[in-house]
Ligand binder design. Sequence first.
Ligand code: PLP
Length: 487
Amino acid sequence: MDLKSAAYSPELFAACGQELCTQLETYLAEKHAREGRVTPVLDPPAMIAAAREWMQTTAPTSAEGLPQRWSAMIETMLANAQNLHHPRYIGHQVPAPVPIAGLCDAVGSVTNQPMAVFEMGPWATAVERALVNALGEQLGFTAGSFAGFITHGGSLANFTALLTTRNVALGDAWEDGVDVPSQQSLILTQADAHYSIARAAGMLGLGTRNVVKVGLDDRRRMCPRALRTELEKARDAGRKVIAVCASCCTTPIGAFDPLPAIADQCEEFGVWLHVDAAHGGAACFSGQHAHLVEGIERADSVVWDAHKMLFVPALCAFVFYKNPVHRFEAFRQDAPYLFDPTAPGMAEYDVGLQTVECTKRAAGFGLWGVWSLFGSDLFRTLVEETFALSHQFYDELRDSVDFIPLHEPQCNIVVFRYQPPEWSDVPLEEMGLRQLKLRRALIETGAFYITATKLDGVGALRVTIINPLTTIDDLRGLLDAIRGFAR
Ligand SMILES: Cc1ncc(COP(=O)(O)O)c(C=O)c1O
């Protein structure tokens, strides 16, 4: 068989697919059994060199040997992966995804359903619209009277929503550019908001200096009293507030801003409310935790990442607009070769009009597949179990003599320090540095993967319990491992 025929051969594809599934089955079983390292040895130059070595400089002359080569390639990929399916992966806000979601994504990849116009990804568009409707209703928006779409990640989602409010607030900024004198327009957010908010302000020409950080309460949530002060200050100075950006929840400690009080003030001052619910939006699936996002249905725009707490592979981020008219405010462009005037009704389904992307991956297949196969109650279970385990971990930290939790968790993010009695005289800065060193030592062993953060400038350890197979014994093992290193 010549190489072109081999590249498009259904038989070779099937053989490679079966080999892939066999290897992934073994991989998942091993990780679930806690075998091997969580994080591979992190040597970027060696990895890059090894990857380059695989890329054949002399083309093979026949298809012979391709299945064996494929098998070895998969082994290499799995051996060098970060292992989110290992229950001792307790790191960033990136889940051990429901594996079958990856198979659903594969359907989109193999058939290639790029979506800018409905015609190029009809089922992908239908799936996206169905998910937008179902998730938006779950958030509390009124069925049939809101809009939304999927985009490539929470950062791009925040950017697109803030571009929309900038265009709405500043009239002709899309056409004329942002020519307001510096210091004129503001975005109000809170100190722990994700950096993509400030980055969006920079990209939108509003200026990162014009992102004002509203004061926090004692649980690091936006303080409504401080928000009122900033809104009054802006009004008195004649400065336009483009948006109040609330977090549900914040990245460092998972704090949920009090939406009802914030929404009241946004209504009173006539300001756009944007809620970054990239991580915490999923709380609305749980009767027990939905109160955390109470009031989210009053937001003008909401961002929610399914590739966080809905346990699907990256990237699958949603943007919602309470007022469906706003979906066409971000981009006021014509692309005549895409949008056919002979079928004007169809443009409603051409998502390219609403997104930064033109060609867009069929990013909804994984979530749609999991939801359709297992039902949405799975999301409730995953949210409730990971939140409950996080609280149990917090209790263990609080009851220990050598660890201190730095907050009571509202979700599945817990920040803490190792601080045994004999370190009581260690200055705070050095205490923070020791936490970072402990983390580095820990992840280099491959036994656990956790993250670090800084609270008020001082280093701390941080876990996100986002692998549903993690147990309290894994977390106790983590504490013992930290103790061992500290000694
Ligand atoms: C609150 C919040 N917003 C936005 C983002 C950015 O999302 P993404 O990584 O999908 O761009 C994150 C990422 O952790 C986040 O925690």
